[in-house]
Every structure is written in structure tokens, then in C-alpha cells.
Design a protein around this ligand. Structure first.
Ligand code: S3P
Length: 438
């Protein structure tokens, strides 16, 4: 797919449902007693893999219409043994959270995924889930394909996260639902709390206290979950792409409606505000326990900033597109605390640095940091004119297509198909705003 520089982007759009919340809605639906109705579910490949896994684990999963699904659950600790390997495709969240679900009962399962997922570390979840009582066999380095036998009698544990990861926290909380006693996860930095919010909506007791050594999340087990309706807002991690496109394509003015703005997800918005972006949140409201707003973006000059490492968990998926915004800003932008980017769908730190350099932007890359020397104010813009390898990474593909919309020359992405994992309809939606993407 190629993105060509063109005229201003204009219009109102809505992006597909939040990926994190969509996975969780299907999983909690599968564990709950009764029928869970979901509205606004992301129908991207990642979430469809999770829907397939929940059906294979014995839940009744049915698509009723666009983003409208029903799940009839089996109850905590009552999932069925799947007859075939569970294929999670590209989805790290689906695979890791599902290990927590399977760990609840003594069933056997095999997890497989695509080449990208098969490179990603799973030891971060299998190690603490083994303490809960589950057993694992995996490839070297704890990688997929991986076999699990869930616990005979899940034990409650207290676990301090060695890396800031909502996926690890969530896998442990899900496993802890079947344990007798309090499961505690201590996070040095707060990560997205959709699991905690949704567990409460399904009737579990989850408490959170900020203490000197970090945030303590405690779940009372064993828990019974009761089906509850879930309305999924638009994904801020998807909105980030048309948002930055609107900020960097001169003369643009775009509204993105119904975006989830949970404060543990909005680090990108803080950065863009500091960069002087023409960005406003309007029509703020609460929807099923999660804050939602419309984002209004207008193109204009941006300036370089220093992004502190402690902001990383609240914008972990947004660094590639923030780096693209930084390429158009005046002066240097310094991004710190990026170690986790190296183990995402691809090594995003390397891919971002390589892609920017190929597009004529000066960058410096360290083990866990990136400095982007923006071209804003120089009368020049990123040259573009490059072919970017997406390496099965949807966000790398989208970030560089956005860059191409405002560069001096077109940018081609070798394989745009991974975009469907999280943002089906991305190209059509941007074309509707006037972007030249083909
Ligand atoms: C996610 C958490 C993040 C994020 C991923 C979704 C989640 O991963 O990168 O896209 O839904 O919990 P980590 O928790 O591994 O940082």
C-alpha cells in the first residue's frame, strides 16, 4: 500500500472498538454465568481469534450484527478442554490473557500463533501462572507453540510485576478468579485498568490502593461472575493514526467521535498537547464505567518535547505514531523508557528508527530510547520516498502510511495486511477524509 502526499484531510469519523476491551469482554463473557451482550466489539483479526478460542473453550459465542455479539458463559473454573490447538494469530493480548483463563482449571491446551507472535516472550505470564499451579511446556525462551495444563487447585499469589504490563496483570487476575483467597498484583507503574473495571462490572471484588512501592490490585477469590452488558468505545490506539494525520497534513480539520479516554491510555494526548497540537476533547461522557470523548484535531505547527519514561505504560502502543508526529515538529523530541517496544509485534524501536531514517528524518536510537530531530520550522518536511517493511506489525504499517500523507514524496508499505488485526477499514476511513492511500 502506498500513501501519497495530498490536500487537507477533513470530516468526522469513528474508529473501530477498543482492542483491549474487546478481548476482555469476550473472555469475561465466557467466564460469566448468563448471557453477555457486547456492543461496539472490534471485529479485527486479533479479537476474532479470541472469539474462536472462547468457543473452543466451550462458551456460546454468536455474532448478532455489526459489532454486536452475545456470549453465554460457563462459569469460573468450568471451561472445557479444547479439542484442537488454539490459534491466536498475531494477538499477544489474546494469547497471554487466555493463559490466565485456562490456568483456572485442570484442562490441557496448546497455543499457536503467527511468526510474529511465535517470537514474543511468554515467560512473563507462564512464570507467575506456574506459581498459581499451572504447568507449561514451550519452545526455547518460553515461546509459542506452547502447551498448558491448568491448575488442579489454583493458589492465590502476591506478585510484583517485573515489567509494566497490563497483559501480565490481567492474566494473573483472571487466573486468580478461581483461587481461594486474595490474588494481589503490585505494579510499579499503573497500567491500563480495563480488566479491573470490567471484573467489577461482572460482580467481582477488586480493590486498588496506591502504596509507597506501587499500585496494589487485589482480587477476592473465588469469584462468581454474572453476565453484564458491555459497550466498547472507539480505540484510542487506533484513533491515534487519523489524529496525527490530521495534525501533520497542512490545512486539515478532523473530528474522531466516541473515543475511549481512560486516563491510563491517554499519554499520547498529553504529549501532543505539550507539542502545541491543535487538539481538543469535547463531549466528554461516561459510558459503562469508561470515560469517552470526541477528539477535534486541526493541523498546525508542533514543537519537540521530552517524553518521560514513566509515561510509557499510558501510551505504549503510540510511540511509533508519536515519533512520526515528532518528525514534523520543530526541534528534537526525546522518547525515554521504551524497552518494551522491542518485544511488541515487531521490534518497534528499531523499526521506527529505521523507517524514519529511510524517510529522511535524523534519528538516534539507544537500547531503550529514541531521539527524533524534527524538520518543522525548517521549511522542509520528511522526504518520504521510501519502502517500509511492516514485519507483520500493524502499527508500524499505519505509522509510516500516515507519514507518507504529509511527506515530500510517497511512502510505500510492503505489506499492509496486518492492519486488519486491529483496524479493519483503516485505508477506507482515511480515504473518506481525503487521503490518497492505495
Ligand atoms: C494490552 C497491553 C499492552 C499493549 C497491548 C494491549 C492489553 O501490552 O501493548 O497492545 O490489552 O492489556 P503489555 O501489557 O504487554 O505492555
Amino acid at each position: 500500500m502506498t500513501a501519497r502526499p495530498g490536500g487537507p484531510l477533513a470530516g468526522r469519523i469513528a474508529v473501530p472498538g477498543d482492542k483491549s476491551m474487546s478481548h476482555r469482554a469476550l473472555m469475561l463473557g465466557a467466564l460469566a454465568e448468563g448471557e453477555t451482550r457486547i456492543e461496539g466489539l472490534l471485529e479485527g483479526e486479533d479479537v476474532l481469534s479470541t472469539a474462536g478460542a472462547m468457543a473452543a473453550l466451550g462458551a456460546e459465542v454468536e455474532r448478532l450484527g455489526d459489532g454486536r455479539w452475545r456470549v453465554v458463559g460457563r462459569g469460573v473454573g468450568r471451561l472445557a478442554e479444547p479439542a484442537q490447538p488454539l490459534d491466536f494469530g498475531n494477538a499477544g493480548t489474546g494469547a497471554r490473557l487466555c493463559l490466565g483463563l485456562i490456568a483456572q482449571q485442570p484442562i490441557f491446551a496448546v497455543l499457536v500463533g503467527d511468526a510474529s507472535l511465535s517470537r514474543r516472550p511468554m515467560g512473563r505470564v507462564t512464570e507467575p501462572l506456574a506459581r498459581i499451579g499451572a504447568h507449561f511446556l514451550s519452545r526455547a525462551g518460553g515461546r509459542l507453540p506452547l502447551a498448558i495444563r491448568g491448575a488442579e487447585q489454583p493458589q492465590p499469589i502476591s506478585y510484583r510485576l517485573p515489567v509494566a504490563s497490563a497483559q501480565v496483570k490481567s492474566a494473573l487476575l483472571l487466573a486468580g478468579l478461581a483461587a481461594e483467597g486474595t490474588t494481589e498484583v503490585i505494579e510499579p507503574e499503573a497500567t491500563r485498568d480495563h480488566t479491573e473495571n470490567m471484573l467489577r462490572a461482572f460482580g467481582a471484588t477488586v480493590t486498588v490502593s496506591d502504596e509507597a512501592d506501587g499500585r496494589h490490585v487485589r482480587l477476592a477469590g473465588p469469584a462468581r461472575l454474572t453476565a453484564a452488558p458491555v459497550t466498547v468505545p472507539g480505540d484510542i490506539s487506533s484513533a491515534a493514526f487519523p489524529l496525527v494525520a490530521a495534525l501533520v497534513v497542512p490545512g486539515s480539520s478532523v473530528v474522531i467521535e466516541n473515543v475511549g479516554v481512560n486516563p491510563l491510555r491517554t499519554g499520547l494526548l498529553d504529549c501532543l498537547a505539550e507539542m502545541g497540537a491543535g487538539l481538543r476533547l469535547v463531549n466528554r461522557r461516561d459510558q459503562a464505567g469508561e470515560p469517552v470523548a470526541d477528539l477535534v484535531a486541526e493541523a498546525g505547527p508542533l514543537k519537540g518535547i521530552v517524553v518521560p519514561p514513566e509515561r510509557a505504560p499510558s501510551m505504549i502502543d503510540e510511540y511509533p505514531i508519536l515519533a512520526v508526529a515528532a518528525a514534523f515538529a520543530e526541534g528534537r523530541t526525546e522518547l525515554r523508557g521504551l524497552g518494551e517496544l522491542r518485544v511488541k509485534e515487531s521490534d518497534r524501536l528499531a523499526a521506527t528508527a529505521r523507517g524514519l531514517a529511510a524517510c529522511g528524518v535524523a534519528v538516534e536510537e539507544g537500547e531503550d530510547w529514541l531521539v527524533v530531530h524534527g524538520l518543522g520550522g525548517s521549511g522542509r518536511r520528511p522526504a518520504g520516498g521510501a519502502r517500509i517493511e511492516a514485519n507483520l506489525d500493524h502499527r508500524i504499517a499505519m505509522a509510516f502510511l500516515v507519514l507518507g500523507l504529509a511527506a515530500a514524496a510517497p511512502v510505500e508499505v510492503d505489506d499492509a495486511s496486518p492492519i486488519d488485526t486491529s483496524f479493519p477499514g483503516f485505508a477506507a476511513l482515511l480515504r473518506g477524509l481525503g487521503a490518497d492511500l492505495a
